[in-house]
Design a protein around this ligand. Structure first.
Ligand code: NAP
Length: 267
């Protein structure tokens, strides 16, 4: 029996850069494989449509929504469209996040503002506009994508990104406590090193000549630092999201699932 049969999931950042496989896209596909109908929201209409095509090819139900999750009017319209298409929402997966490098001294104010603006509104606005529908039915699940970088310094200065990802943990715990009496659960997933287009993009940006990057060698170097011996895939994140969205997690709220192959256990 599919674990999410009859459920409706709104997944933000459900497309992926450069037609690859990102955390949101993999999560939309896995939730659909478990029986959920998907509203796949992304900035990029083509990317969202591509995710929906993949879901439909496997026999699932999906439709694409184009919206910027930092713009309240667009988020509200997207939620309204999801409600008119499916009549309900059961699962909100807040996946959108941006990454910019920089430490305490060299981060620019523009980068800092962009990180706070996107990464914080990406959890706040969709949650704010989906919650009334959850409260009305007394049921709902919010899963926010944070990062193990929200807990500690990982060796590269990403102070703005890490601060926003830490804030998402706090946001999620507050949300869980506030909304539990309404039957709404909220948890965060903390991915470690996951091979996604966004992660590759930042590696390219930090390299003088991206064409010279030996991805296999880099993968081996990274894997050597991970106790389970491999870099994570978006499917690892997606599988945690399925669990949190399902009734298997019905007594789990206000907590974090780390999906990092054990990285954060090692000193
Ligand atoms: P991804 O595949 O590139 O997915 C992000 C998607 O979100 C892209 O399609 C992007 O569209 C879209 N997006 C960006 N800003 C948006 C906005 N304002 N409104 C709507 N959609 C927007 O990225 P990913 O690496 O899977 O990352 C997804 C999440 O995982 C992020 O929150 C990230 O911080 C988190 N995470 C990733 C890793 C990792 O190692 N990859 C580790 C820890 C946490 P465009 O391409 O058009 O911008």
């Amino acid at each position: 029996m599919a674990r999410l049969a009859g459920k409706i999931a709104l997944v933000t950042g459900a497309g992926s850069m450069k037609g690859g496989m990102g955390n949101g896209k993999a999560t939309a596909i896995r939730l659909a494989q478990e029986g959920a109908a998907i509203a796949a929201l992304d900035l990029d209409q083509t990317a969202a449509e591509e995710t929906c095509d993949l879901i439909r090819q496997e026999g699932g139900r999906a439709f694409a929504l184009t919206a910027d999750v930092t713009q309240e009017d667009q988020v509200k319209t997207a939620v309204d469209r999801c409600m008119s298409e499916f009549g309900q929402i059961d699962i909100l997966q807040n996946n959108v996040g941006i990454l910019k490098t920089g430490g305490a001294m060299d981060s620019t104010v523009e980068d800092w503002d962009a990180l706070v603006h996107v990464n914080m509104k990406a959890v706040f606005l969709p949650t704010k506009h989906v919650l009334p529908h959850f409260v009305e039915r007394g049921v709902g699940v919010v899963t926010n994508i944070s990062s193990i970088a929200g807990l500690r310094y990982l060796g590269t200065p990403y102070i703005g990104y890490n601060a926003t990802k830490g804030s998402i943990i706090s946001f999620t715990r507050n949300l869980a406590a506030e909304m539990a009496p309404h039957g709404v659960r909220a948890n965060a997933i903390l991915p470690g090193f996951i091979d996604t287009p966004m992660a590759r993009n930042i590696t390219e940006q930090n390299t003088d000549d991206p064409d010279t990057i030996d991805w296999d060698a880099l993968d081996k170097q990274r894997a050597a630092r991970i106790p389970l011996g491999r870099v994570g895939t978006p499917w690892d994140v997606a599988n945690a999201a399925v669990f949190l969205a399902s009734d298997d997690a019905s007594y789990i709220t206000g907590t974090e699932i780390t999906v990092d192959g054990g990285v954060s256990c090692r000193v």
